[in-house]
Ligand binder design. Structure first.
Ligand SMILES: [Zn+2]
Length: 83
């Protein structure tokens, strides 16, 4: 069982959450080409390392939050911006 650390509720079973996706900086729509939008929307890095993700606590506080997860071990830690 994987535990996800909700900043408001504490560590909870992953079944209570919805994985929203990998967090990445949104490009400027006024200056971005169609190719860059396609890359932003559909391409993920998929590294074997720590990545920033967005999660939603759907069966708890119903808050969105960011965290960092190691893709090989599934260990988690608070996102750098929330520390
Ligand atoms: Zn929560």
């Amino acid at each position: 069982m994987m535990l996800v650390p909700c900043p408001w509720c504490g560590p909870r079973n992953v079944a209570e959450f919805r994985y929203v996706g990998e967090s990445s900086a949104r490009p400027d729509p006024a200056t971005t080409s169609a190719s860059d939008w396609r890359t932003y929307l559909y391409t993920r890095r998929n590294p074997c390392d720590w990545i920033k993700e967005t999660w939603y606590h759907r069966m708890g506080c119903r808050q969105y939050f960011g965290l960092e997860r190691h893709t090989m071990t599934n260990r988690t830690r608070p996102a750098e911006s929330s520390r």
